[in-house]
Design a protein around this ligand. Structure first.
Ligand SMILES: Nc1ncnc2c1ncn2[C@@H]1O[C@H](COP(=O)(O)OP(=O)(O)OP(=O)(O)O)[C@@H](O)[C@H]1O
Length: 355
């Protein structure tokens, strides 16, 4: 196992110690049908993923809906149990622990260190709880603070995320989307985590509110040396947030590397197509050249032969239909799972007209 991400996920020197590194991580969902409930097909939601997350950095995880991003995020804190693979985690004492093999009763300790932020932090919460109760819940459930201390911590957490402490007596329905997400962040921070998995955390917010929340996440990262796995289908947001980016297609990583490099000069046709679909920030500007993604994301229970992207790829050759490409280092340093990664002249975000 690499303990230092000299080459990141990635390519260019990142030289930060790793906080987490998965090896061959996979998650199958068996689908049962019929009277006897037999397994009729298996959805390969995450399929052999090696993901390196450097400490104190942000790794962006992108791909269309259904590519396995959320499943991968949930595997990291064992909300879901993996079917195969390792989740190597650098614990506070410096030991490497394979979270995939930690018994469920011991996961509580690690789930304090790895927290999840959702799109709607209130969807699973009791609407009759006040904001203060909601932020306090991780503290009381984990018995990390006494009654009076909890109150103090809640006030401090609300301040930290830019909410007025007196809001703690109010109920969630009194708050805007941005305020609700600030509460979600306060809850995630309550236990002083080391890794935060943010799953579409700003996707439902208006553009101006989204920018405020992204900046808050960046400030908190600096203050608390946080590490983020930032999951989003919005490449513009990922470009702003992430040091490194990992592109997933049908459960597999198809490209990864430093964000500037991957978005500036992609080495996989799927990344190029995703970039061409980023909305143009200047509506009066020249129309962006669009590489329309043909068809739908492949069915993860019936993955096409050869390269899983070949039925949608404009550059596909015979070889792509039969031979599965492996993730390899390209001549520019990033990783790509395209047979023709070094030959194709794919366009980056500027050439496509987004910058
Ligand atoms: N519990 C489940 N049972 C069966 N299939 C599932 C389950 N959870 C996810 N899947 C399937 O696994 C695949 C990956 O889903 P996942 O939600 O991880 O993708 P995603 O990239 O996060 O997309 P989205 O942004 O829409 O959530 C999809 O085909 C999805 O239908």
């Amino acid at each position: 196992m690499n303990v230092v991400a000299e080459q990141g996920n990635a390519g260019a020197a990142v030289s930060a110690p790793l906080l987490m590194q998965t090896e061959g991580l996979s998650k199958d969902f068996p689908i049962r049908s019929g009277l006897l409930s037999r397994v009729s097909r298996v959805v390969k939601a995450v399929d052999g993923v090696d993901l390196a997350i450097p400490a104190g950095r942000t790794v962006g995880l992108v791909g269309e809906s259904g590519c396995g991003k959320s499943t991968l995020g949930r595997l990291l804190l064992r909300v879901l149990d993996p079917t195969a693979g390792k989740i190597n985690y650098s614990a506070p004492g410096g030991d490497w622990i394979d979270l995939a093999r930690v018994p469920e009763r011991r996961m509580k300790e690690y789930r304090r260190q790895i927290r999840l932020i959702f799109q709607d932090p209130f969807s699973s919460l009791n609407p009759r709880l006040t904001l203060g109760d909601i932020v306090a819940e991780p503290l009381t459930v984990n018995h990390v603070a006494g009654r009076s201390e909890v109150e103090e911590r809640v006030v401090e957490l609300l301040r930290r995320v830019g909410l007025r402490p007196e809001y703690r007596h109010r109920y969630p329905n009194a708050f805007s989307g941005g305020e609700r997400q600030r509460v979600g962040i306060a809850r995630a921070l309550a236990l002083d985590p080391r890794l935060v998995v943010a799953d579409e955390a700003v996707s439902a917010l208006d553009v101006s509110v989204r920018a405020q929340i992204l900046n808050l996440l960046k400030d908190l990262q600096e203050e608390h040396e946080l590490t983020y796995l930032f999951i989003s289908h919005d490449l513009g947001t990922v470009e702003y947030m992430a040091d490194e980016v990992v592109v997933m297609y049908v459960g597999k990583v198809v490209e990864s590397g430093p964000t500037e490099q991957v978005f500036g000069r992609p080495r996989h046709p799927y990344t190029e197509a995703l970039l061409s679909a980023v909305p143009d920030p200047d509506p009066t500007g020249e129309r962006r050249e669009r590489i329309v993604l043909r068809g739908e994301v492949a069915d993860p229970s019936n993955v096409p032969s050869g390269c899983p992207f070949h039925p949608r790829c404009f550059y596909a050759q015979d070889r792509c239909r039969t031979e599965v490409p492996t993730l390899h280092r390209t001549d520019s340093g990033q990783l790509s799972a395209c047979h023709f990664s070094d030959e194709l002249q794919l366009r980056g975000i500027e050439e496509l007209g987004a910058a």
